[in-house]
Design a protein around this ligand. Sequence first.
Ligand SMILES: *C/C=C(C)/C=C/C=C(C)/C=C/C1=C(C)CCCC1(C)C
Length: 260
Amino acid sequence: MDTITAGQYLLVYNAFSFTFAAMAAATLFFWFGRSQVGPAYKTALTITGLVTAIAAYHYFRIFESWSSAYALTDGVITASGVGFNDAYRYVDWLLTVPLLLIELVLVMRLSQSKTVSLSVRLGSAAALMIILGYPGEVADDNTTRAIWGTLSSIPFLYIVWELFKGLGDAIERQPESARGLIKQARLLTFASWGFYPIVYMIPYTSLSGGAVETGVQIGYTIADIVAKVGVGILVYMIAVRKSEAEYGDAAKPVTVAVAQ
Ligand SMILES: *C/C=C(C)/C=C/C=C(C)/C=C/C1=C(C)CCCC1(C)C
């Protein structure tokens, strides 16, 4: 394992702890938020909360793995001999990345056949992207890392193309009040997802040793918060806007009671 400083160790330790709390809190918010939207949008919010719930579980495991990989005694860090387990992150992505795309598709409320075909295509490409990235992430040499990283970028580019081409046409048919938000959700997805391959390339920079490990862990953690909680909040807002447009006051029980 790389030698890291006490400061780097604690930075990553605190980031993992914070992210566990953020993912758990977001899960409650999204699941309770189901009561604020019309029936057609409840599944989208269920899945949005499922993504952060799965991530909360994995951040808990990642946090534990990190704290048992190093020992901190009198301000000095030593590797404990138990390696840090990168697999938690990749298993998390394998589950959450297809679900994130499905939540975006669901909130658009397309025809059933379009929903299924887009979810299957985007979901499989996302799973393939993560599976191809893993051997590179755990490789010791930078050449192997580059080969798998390049392979993983092929499904990544396909997803970007689908988001802008496939979803692009459908966005124009969305209620006007939600269109801007949907474009923002797509842009935030694109920007946060594009951050992962950049973080993956940190070992190719002039950074070395503990700085690489710290940079990679902090980078992926920030990207996870934006991609799961940030995009999730936008999906929630879209669902609320569209419910207002399509169900009128029916999505707001309190208003209905007053009107009667
Ligand atoms: C919640 C987790 C998310 C949204 C994870 C997304 C991950 C990626 C978009 C990863 C992409 C990668 C490449 C395009 C090439 C290098 C290897 C990866 C797996 C980091």
